[in-house]
Design a protein around this ligand. Structure first.
Ligand SMILES: Cc1ncc(COP(=O)(O)O)c(C=O)c1O
Length: 448
């Protein structure tokens, strides 16, 4: 049993420790606040919960150094953007080579066919397009799905996150769809065109699809943005069968679950979607995302464009598929995200999950460690959640904040959102041991 006063005491002492240990970050934060809104170039950089922003100096492999000279074992890895390691040498080389030959031409380069062949082979879908972010890829996919089906609704799951995509910010509150209140400047009631149900609720899925007006189901194969929620056995297969039966397209956003295995979650565990999205790490951290689709979807897209009005499609931006992104993606796919890389990551993540389970149990806590592929999370609750409502109920903001600060002060980074950890091809057993020791030390302070 961890008391509120133990959490408050840890928060107070860890904040003081951070302030004393990071004078350069503090000074840079003060300078930056002159003209950066809230002191950082992008507001997510405040999500770490440190008393002032931490400034990074450099990163390599699975390690990061801050401006005050502290070295961190990095299990956050840019919240998946660097999940195959910081600046993998093949990607760094490809970026340097391309940088001297022009960065963006709005023309394809020789890398294009090689990248497309690689994507098709690895993810099992024949046709591909590139955008600059996963948010943008998801927005494009929603547009295409509505366009080619002639249906206006999409279906998402409570607790989902697919980036800056207005259509999906709908939550279930006590079973009632509500607009996500934190969304800034939202003036449309997206519930008119978006349905939301609980993940792992097959009966609700059946009812939602039976109306025949759902263009697409958009989901991660395992939810990773409301904490981790794994699919029940057979759930995704049933989803595949139901979407087929009702003429609804199945879209897997594998931006995070690319960590599940080579080829993502869908090629590792099945089933295959109609449309597949992956962003963040696909070009080694250079802004880039891709979406792939079946031959049937490609044909319907073609037909829609031929029959429809010519002009702006609302899909893509000027820098989409620029030469730099393609060069980085080629190097990353062919030399970094290899089967050998996954052969290292997956068993190490298994060991990480098992080790953390032992540490947690040794302190008499019931917390589960949810884990698939190279991604794991310890949940500060009695059991693993099965849907978004359960996942939200299991979150313990103050406790998690205290743990994160304790970790940062001892040179360990995990994702600042909930308790997510990633294992990269560069991560070592020694780093996993360090993570486990730090959790052990932290729980030693928190648990009486
Ligand atoms: C599953 C998923 N899809 C899409 C995104 C959006 O990625 P980006 O912010 O790079 O556009 C995220 C970001 O966390 C994500 O987790």
């Amino acid at each position: 049993m961890i008391t509120d006063s133990a959490i408050a005491a840890m928060l107070e002492s860890e904040k003081a420790r951070f302030e004393a240990a990071n004078p350069k970050s503090r000074a840079l934060g003060a300078e930056a606040a002159r003209h950066w809104h809230r002191g950082v170039p992008f507001h997510w950089m405040l999500d770490w919960g440190t008393p002032f922003p931490l400034f990074a100096e450099r990163a390599e492999g699975a390690r990061l150094w801050d401006v005050d000279g502290h070295c961190y074992e990095d299990f956050c890895l840019g919240d998946t953007g660097s999940m195959f390691g910081h600046s993998p040498p093949p990607v760094a080389r490809a970026i340097a080579e391309q940088a001297s030959r022009g960065l963006t031409y709005m023309l394809a380069t020789e890398d294009a066919p090689i990248v497309a062949d690689e994507l098709a082979k690895r993810f099992g879908l024949p046709f591909w397009q590139v955008t600059s972010t996963a948010s943008e890829a998801n927005r494009a996919v929603i547009r295409w799905c509505r366009g080619i089906t002639g249906r206006d609704k999409i279906l998402v799951f409570n607790g989902c996150y697919h980036g800056a995509v207005d259509d999906v910010f709908v939550d279930l509150c006590d079973g009632v769809p509500e607009l996500r209140k934190s969304l800034v400047g939202q003036v449309y009631d997206v519930r008119e065109h978006t349905q939301v149900i609980e993940f792992n609720d097959l009966a609700a899925l059946e009812v939602a699809l039976a109306s025949g007006d759902v263009a697409a189901v958009l989901t991660e194969p395992a939810l990773t943005n409301v904490g981790m929620v794994l699919p029940d056995p057979g759930y995704l297969e049933a989803m595949r069968e139901l979407t087929n039966r009702h003429g609804t397209l199945l879209v897997f956003d594998e931006t995070h679950t690319i960590s599940s295995g080579y080829g993502g979650h869908s090629m590792t565990y099945g089933p295959k979607p109609d449309i597949f999205v992956v962003g963040k790490p696909v070009a080694g951290g250079v802004p880039c995302a891709v979406f792939g689709f079946s031959a049937e979807v490609a044909e319907r897209m073609e037909q829609l464009r031929e029959e429809g009005e010519k002009g702006h499609s609302g899909i893509g931006t000027t820098l989409s598929a620029n030469a730099l992104a393609l060069a980085a993606m080629r190097a990353n796919l062919t030399e970094v995200m290899t089967p050998a890389a996954y052969d290292h990551m997956l068993p190490l993540a298994d060991r990480l999950a098992a080790t953390l389970e032992q540490v947690i149990a040794s302190h008499g806590l019931p917390w589960p460690v949810v884990h698939v592929g190279a991604r794991a999370e310890f949940i500060c609750a009695d059991r693993a959640p099965r849907n978004g409502t359960e996942a939200r109920a299991s979150m313990q903001g103050a406790l998690e904040h205290a743990i994160h600060l304790f970790f940062i002060n001892r040179g360990v980074l995990i994702a600042p959102f909930h308790n997510m950890m990633l294992v990269s091809p560069a991560t070592t057993d020694a780093q996993v041991a360090r993570l486990a020791e730090t959790l052990d030390e932290c729980l030693g302070v928190l648990v009486p």
